[in-house]
Design a protein around this ligand. Structure first.
Ligand code: UDP
Length: 237
């Protein structure tokens, strides 16, 4: 019997797409797309959840006076723009891809249909999940965990900006903080380590989904993580 191809869910932050600014930086998104393309050429099946922090974060807008749910919908629409940008650069890199949106918008994206997403992956297409969960008060980290479970991915890969894994304390605040290579969900919880938001964390812990947290830099890391190299920190059940 032939070995099953590796299937992963890659979570990319919106902030990375903007390179620290509002909007999409084509150089950065092009580089990410080429790294995903290199991994799919080796046979990996890749689904992606993109954040929207380079456009809007609902919680921030609500602090400045907007109604939270409406602000969250703006956040979700931002993730769709990022999804389309990634699709464009993936196609330029020669990889077939589909965007599936949790909010129906048939002109720009397919509707989220899990079995169809799996079928795309089996055909070698990259599937990008846009519009988060379609639900206010959720984060794209949580969506990454949920989609990973639903498409039966073997791992959630959380690509970080400016940090290369989980540390014993916040390395920006505590110079004695050290990187952890491997930790269980239970230990991360009892040591109060911040990995992803608590809903995403619980979903993965309760459903025994491993999560690898790694840095997007240097170039090549996204490809390596998709192919299963032990970068950053593995958080295991
Ligand atoms: N969002 C939401 N529901 C979801 C996913 C996202 O309401 O299921 C909104 C929320 O306002 C969030 C914004 O979309 O702040 C952008 O997503 P996120 O903050 O997770 O992006 P990232 O920080 O990863 O760039």
């Amino acid at each position: 019997m032939s070995e099953q191809p590796r299937r992963v869910l890659l979570k990319l932050s919106g902030e990375a797409f903007g390179g620290g600014s509002l909007g999409v930086n084509p150089d950065i998104v092009g580089q990410i797309a080429r790294e995903i393309a290199a991994a799919t050429a080796s046979g990996a099946q890749v689904a992606v959840v993109v954040g929207g922090g380079n456009f809007f974060r609902g919680a921030e807008l609500s602090q400045r006076g907007m109604e939270r749910s409406r602000a969250d919908y703006m956040g979700m629409l931002g993730t769709v723009m990022n999804s389309l940008a990634l699709q464009d650069f993936l196609e330029q890199a020669g990889v077939s891809s589909r965007v599936q949106s949790a909010i129906t918008m048939t002109q720009v994206a397919e509707t989220y249909i899990p079995l169809r997403a799996i079928r795309h992956l089996e055909k070698g297409r990259v599937v990008i999940f846009g519009a988060g969960a379609g639900l206010p008060y959720f984060s794209t980290d949580t969506v990454a965990a949920q989609r990973a479970l639903e498409i039966h991915a073997s791992e959630v890969l959380v690509a970080k900006n400016g940090v290369d894994g989980v540390y014993t304390a916040d390395p920006k605040l505590d110079p004695t903080a050290t990187k952890i290579d491997s930790i269980s969900y239970k230990d991360a919880l009892s040591r109060r380590l911040k990995v992803v938001d608590s809903t995403a964390f619980s979903l993965c812990m309760d459903n025994k989904m491993p999560m690898r947290v790694f840095g997007m830099e240097p170039a090549g890391n996204v490809t390596a993580a998709i192919l299963g190299e032990p970068l950053g920190t593995i958080v295991h059940p």
